[in-house]
Design a protein around this ligand. Structure first.
Ligand SMILES: Cc1cc2nc3c(=O)[nH]c(=O)nc-3n(C[C@H](O)[C@H](O)[C@H](O)COP(=O)(O)O)c2cc1C
Length: 159
């Protein structure tokens, strides 16, 4: 059986720092701030030039991103809760605002600025997204609970 314990490690997003990235019109990353790199577990040079879906978490429903793209392409600002996947397989929740960057009134890029999400809100959104995914994609998240002493043993066996 394939086991991925790392999937369960949540990274706390610091209260006083914003996580910023920018993309071109196709969603390729053009800029990340240091906090983005640190939280996602990647180096800036590993992120820049790659599509933003490199940090997509499998728990995110398709419709959320469809709605994001529809909204920003119209020139509107999108707000929403996003669960992202870290390089090490862990995850972190953010509240994101995605908007168009303009230079002299002409759209040049998209940018996203994110802030932390409370534990209660993250749990609420996890339940909502689990339902959406089941409806949209016929996929279900399976969570296994394991006692801590057994977890250590299982991790050792996996290596
Ligand atoms: C400025 C900007 C920031 C984005 N940030 C994220 C992000 O943090 N996580 C994410 O999964 N997708 C983000 N996206 C959406 C991705 O481009 C992509 O639509 C999404 O990951 C779904 O991938 P897929 O369309 O290949 O399935 C962002 C898009 C834009 C324009």
């Amino acid at each position: 059986m394939q086991t991925e314990f790392d999937m369960f490690y949540e990274t706390e997003v610091p209260e006083d720092e914003l996580i910023v990235s920018r993309t071109d019109f196709s969603g390729k990353i053009t800029y990340v701030n240091d906090t983005f790199a640190e939280i996602s577990g990647y180096k800036p040079e590993e992120l820049i030039g790659n599509p933003h879906n490199m940090i997509r978490h499998p728990d995110m429903p398709r419709s959320v991103f469809n709605n994001l793209w529809e909204t920003i392409k119209k020139g509107d600002i999108w707000h929403g809760y996003v669960k992202n996947r870290r390089k090490d397989g862990g995850y972190y929740w953010v509240y994101a605002r995605v908007s168009t960057v303009k230079k002299d009134g002409i759209p040049t890029e998209y940018k996203s600025v994110r802030e932390p999400v409370s534990r209660e809100k993250a749990m609420e959104m996890q339940n909502l997204y689990d339902k959406l995914r089941t409806e949209e994609e016929d996929t279900t998240r399976v969570v296994l609970y394991i006692k801590n002493d057994k977890l250590e043993e299982a991790k050792r066996l996996e290596q």
